[in-house]
Design a protein around this ligand. Structure first.
Ligand code: DP6
Length: 359
């Protein structure tokens, strides 16, 4: 690959790019990785709409000789944040071998989320995908290397993956798959691929209301959780299970078979937490209120026949998944019976969205 270096005798004018990128919710979970952010099994997610990160990347040419360092100012919700800055710095440093122009610039990242930071909603998928999109826009603006929209999306997904695995799926509208599988031609461990065309219309008008059971920071990070899979006695059967579930879920999502969808998705969520509980050391992220919600959802489904299902990410919060036609009933169910299990009564209403946009 040609090295992407700016001509310092003809420096670009200072400028900026801005991207808004959403979070996503995994249906088949990515849990376990190897090498440089490569997944142990393929995963499939729905792209969300209301939970997103806005990232503005300002740049200007640095003066002085190349000292190999990255010049980065970082603001989160208009304030300096050293922990986030260090994460972004580590991410950009890792990109320098293929994007050396980044150290020729003074960069200012100004980023913020549509949801309160303390809400216990993971922001790495939206945050890292927004930043990856900004960096690809920069590359294309300077070198014209990503003119083809598919190439742009693919590289954005690769960069997002290097920042946080699940972030690579946020690049695409409606649904995305990450990880090589014979079931999906063109799939890869390096980047996600769009799946919007493979799913029934039902899933394009689909809701994900996130019940915030706890706003506390998780006692075990996702990074540490992935690492614990390496010694987990169930790891290999789990990876095989994820592959077969993926095939079954894709079929159900193609035909719009909600009961089969729900059965797979709920079992996936509980499998993720079972893997945490049988890790060494073992840990538990589910709270009593998470389990109370799960029981109530099962009972409500039995009583009403409504197609509402739960999933979980690596935390205590419960995601309620259901088709748009049920929104009035489900929101009432949440208000009447589930809000009491949410910290501060907080529910983040979300739904399947159209993917990132340049703003
Ligand atoms: C449980 O993508 O947060 O949400 O690659 O270490 O940043 P890193 O992990 P991360 O893991 C997400 C795990 C999950 C399942 C999923 O989103 O597929």
């Amino acid at each position: 690959m040609s090295r992407l270096i700016l001509d310092s005798s003809n420096p670009p004018e200072p400028g900026q790019v801005v991207w808004r990128s959403p979070s996503n919710i995994a249906l088949v979970k990515y849990w376990g990785k190897h090498g440089i952010q490569l997944p142990r099994n393929p995963s499939l997610s729905l792209t969300l709409a209301a939970s997103y990160t806005d990232t503005q990347l300002e740049y200007e040419m640095r003066d002085g000789p190349d000292d190999g360092l990255i010049e980065l100012d970082f603001l989160f919700q208009e304030e300096e944040n050293e922990a986030f800055r260090a994460k972004v710095l580590e991410f950009i440093t890792g990109l320098l071998p293929t994007m050396p122009f980044l150290k020729q610039l003074k960069l200012t990242v100004n980023t913020g989320n549509s949801f309160p930071h303390s809400a216990g909603i993971a922001s790495s998928a939206s945050g890292m995908s927004a930043l990856a999109l900004c960096l690809c826009s920069l590359e294309d603006r300077f070198f014209g290397t990503l003119q083809d929209p598919q190439a742009f999306d693919q590289k954005s997904s690769v960069l997002a993956r290097l920042g946080s695995g699940s972030a690579c799926r946020s690049i695409f509208p409606h649904a995305a798959l990450w990880g090589a599988t014979n079931d999906v031609p063109g799939s890869s461990d390096e980047f996600a691929v769009p799946m919007g065309d493979q799913i029934h219309e039902t899933f394009k008008d689909f809701h994900d209301d996130i019940l915030i059971v706890s706003r506390e920071e998780k006692p075990v990070s996702s990074r540490a959780g992935h690492a614990l899979m390496e010694g987990n006695p169930y790891a290999e059967p789990r990876y095989a299970q994820a592959r077969s579930r993926l095939a079954n879920l894709l079929e159900a999502m193609g035909t719009g078979d909600l009961p089969v969808f729900g059965k797979i998705v709920e079992n996936e969520a509980l499998t993720l937490h079972a893997l945490m509980m049988c890790s060494n050391p073992s840990y538990t992220l589910l709270r009593p209120d998470s389990l109370a919600i799960i029981e109530k959802v099962r009972q409500y489904r039995a009583d009403t026949g409504h197609q509402v299902y739960f999933t979980l990410d690596a935390g205590p919060n419960v995601h309620l998944l259901y088709p748009g036609e049920l929104v009035v009933d489900i929101r009432k169910f949440i208000d009447d019976h589930l809000v009491e299990h949410c910290e501060g009564g907080f529910v983040q209403q979300d739904w399947v969205g159209e993917g990132p946009e340049e703003v």
